[in-house]
Design a binder for this molecule. Structure first.
Ligand SMILES: [Zn+2]
Ligand SMILES: [Zn+2]
Length: 135
C-alpha cells in the first residue's frame, strides 16, 4: 500500500494489485488481512459514500476529496471544518467527537482532459456520461 500512489485502497484494488504481483488471493483473504491490520491500528477504514470498503494508512485526522470521474482520492486537512464544528457545538450543545467528510468533485487531471478516462477499478459503477449528446 505504501509503495503505490493511491491515497485509499478498495478491496478490489488490493485484490487486483496482489494479482499483478503474482500473489493469489481472494476477496475474503484480502478482507481478513485488512481487518487484522485495522485491529493492529496500521490501517483504517474510510467511507467514501460509493458503497465500497476503502482502507488507508493510519495518519492524522483529515478529510477527503473524491473525484467523481476517475475515483482518485485526495486528503485535505480539516482545519476549516474544525472551525465550523465549533460553531455547530455552540448551536446544538453537542460535544462533537468525530466527523467524516467526503467532498466530491473533479480532480485537476480530469479537468485537464476532455476525453472521459477509462474507469479505474475503484470508480463508481455508475459514471456520469450525460454530456456528449450534442451535435
Ligand atoms: Zn479525476
Ligand atoms: Zn485519508
Amino acid at each position: 500500500m505504501r509503495a503505490r500512489g493511491h491515497h485509499t485502497w478498495s478491496l478490489e484494488e488490493l485484490h487486483f494489485e496482489l494479482g499483478t504481483a503474482g500473489v493469489k488471493s481472494d476477496f475474503s483473504s484480502v478482507f481478513r488481512a485488512m481487518a487484522k491490520l485495522e485491529m493492529e491500528g496500521q490501517v483504517r477504514r474510510v467511507e467514501l459514500d460509493d458503497g465500497r470498503t476503502h482502507f488507508e494508512m493510519t495518519s492524522e485526522h483529515h478529510d477527503h476529496l473524491r473525484c467523481s470521474r476517475c475515483g482518485e482520492v485526495a486528503a485535505v486537512p480539516c482545519g476549516p471544518v474544525a472551525a465550523a464544528i465549533e460553531q455547530m457545538e455552540a448551536l446544538t450543545g453537542f460535544a462533537i467527537s468525530d466527523h467524516r467528510l467526503v467532498l466530491t468533485g473533479t480532480c485537476l487531471r480530469c479537468q485537464q482532459t476532455d476525453a472521459p478516462e477509462p474507469a479505474r477499478s475503484s470508480a463508481p459503477a455508475v459514471t456520469g456520461r450525460l454530456a456528449g449528446a450534442s451535435a
